[in-house]
Design a binder for this molecule. Structure first.
Ligand code: GCO
Length: 405
């Protein structure tokens, strides 16, 4: 039997574009309309209308927190005005969570941008940092009395990589220089937003907020333990996993938010930078179960990652951890095994304070469309009916008691 700390936050996560539906004013919508990606997001889960129903279910599942994102393009459909109706909507959303006893954890940027911002070059444009901060300040001024936890940007590196280097997501650039520029701009935006949020709380005489990022961590493991493979592991850990945290941890993070899903088994072919940074083992051995997007399931990695964060002496929240499978029994196995890793890390002195499963609902998985099903709650995309999965009920027992049997 494993007992988690008393005030542990238990819940799940979503992001606006993936669940709300009809997010017409952002760059992803525009991209989807041009026929990119597997299918358009359309009405997604109709969560914009059905959020109360969804939060009722989360409450019944004993979640005491919920991570959501505010859709910037709804709040600021053009650069010069803020939408009162969108603001009122998110006020109701936050109130709906509070009324159900759930702590809101609010993300301000989760991959999508207002169309007008994308048109002036998005995150490649220097001015974007200021535009982002204006939006953040507005949100902090409005929501500060009801929100304590803020995530400025979701997965800056993943966003920069897929949108500006791999060419998979809008604006589909393939340039290392653009990736690097966007990464640095997002770091600058985070630091500025962090300071602005703190200033606003201080001026209002409110208790200190908790501000962080959601950072994607991948477990890097050497296939054969050759010197070169081990070097590749340490380079990738230092550049990809810890690079961003090294920059931010000292002065602009109140907590480390991590998104953890999978392992990368490394087998380098040569000494090129490309191989050191990206080669993976293609041989059929050391086979682990995979999710339906082909990502290896490796709970041990979460333990290793958490331990690697100990040096920063900051509270840690798992802001995403989940699996897309059609056999729901595997979802519960996934959650249970990852929770064991969390418990072991806590025992080793890592200050983990919360676990949010990805995701509350099946949803729009970006360029992969609606095929992958990550939800604790299944969605019928014809009728928008919600079905609580068995894994959700099992997880609910842990949320309720803080005990994993
Ligand atoms: C991410 C995002 C989520 C994804 C989830 C599953 O980590 O890429 O934060 O939006 O849907 O991770 O891939």
């Amino acid at each position: 039997m494993i007992r988690f700390p008393k005030d542990f936050l238990w819940g799940s996560a979503t992001s606006s574009h993936q669940v709300e539906g009809d997010n017409r004013a952002n760059d992803w919508w525009e991209w989807e309309q041009k026929g990119h990606g597997k299918q358009p997001s359309g009405e997604a889960c109709r969560h914009y209308q059905l959020y109360e129903k969804d939060f009722d279910l989360a409450q019944q599942l004993h979640h005491n927190c919920h991570r959501l994102s505010i859709e910037w393009s709804r709040i600021q459909p053009d650069p010069d005005s803020f939408s009162e109706s969108a603001i009122a909507h998110y006020q109701q959303v936050i109130n709906a969570l509070r009324a159900r006893g759930m702590e809101p954890i609010v993300t301000l940027h989760h991959f999508t941008n207002p169309r007008w911002l994308a048109r002036i070059g998005g995150w490649e444009n220097k001015r974007t940092v200021d535009y982002f901060c204006r939006y953040v300040e507005k949100m902090a001024l409005i929501f500060s009395p009801r929100v304590r936890y803020w995530v400025t940007i979701n997965e800056p590196l993943i966003y920069a990589y897929f949108s500006y280097f791999a060419g998979d997501w809008p604006p589909q650039k393939k340039s290392f220089l653009a990736l690097w520029r966007v990464r640095n701009r997002m770091i600058a935006a985070h630091i500025k937003a962090y300071r602005a949020i703190h200033r606003i709380y201080k001026q209002a005489g409110l208790p200190r907020p908790m501000v962080g990022v959601a950072h994607h961590l991948m477990a890097f493991v050497a296939c054969e333990k050759t010197f070169r493979n081990r070097l590749a592991v340490s380079v990738r850990n230092s550049v990809i996993n810890l690079g961003l945290l090294k920059v931010l941890a000292a002065r602009s993070l109140d907590f480390i938010g991590i998104n953890y899903y999978s392992r990368n088994l490394i087998d380098t072919e040569n000494w090129s930078l490309h191989s050191i940074l990206s080669a993976v083992c293609r041989r059929q051995h050391d086979i682990l179960p995979k999710n339906e997007m082909g990502w290896e399931i490796y709970p041990r990695g979460l333990y290793d990652m958490l331990l690697s964060l100990k040096r920063y002496r900051l509270p840690v929240f798992i802001l995403e951890n989940g699996v897309c499978v059609s056999d729901d029994r595997l979802r519960w196995d996934f959650i249970r095994e990852h929770l064991k890793s969390v418990a072991c890390a806590i025992e080793q002195g890592v200050d983990v304070r919360g676990y949010m499963y990805w995701s509350l609902l099946d949803n729009f998985e970006w360029d992969k469309g609606f095929v992958p099903r990550f939800g604790l709650i299944g969605i019928d995309y014809q009728t928008f009916e919600r079905t609580v999965r068995d894994s959700a009920r099992r997880f609910a027992q842990v949320c309720k008691t803080g005990i994993l049997d």
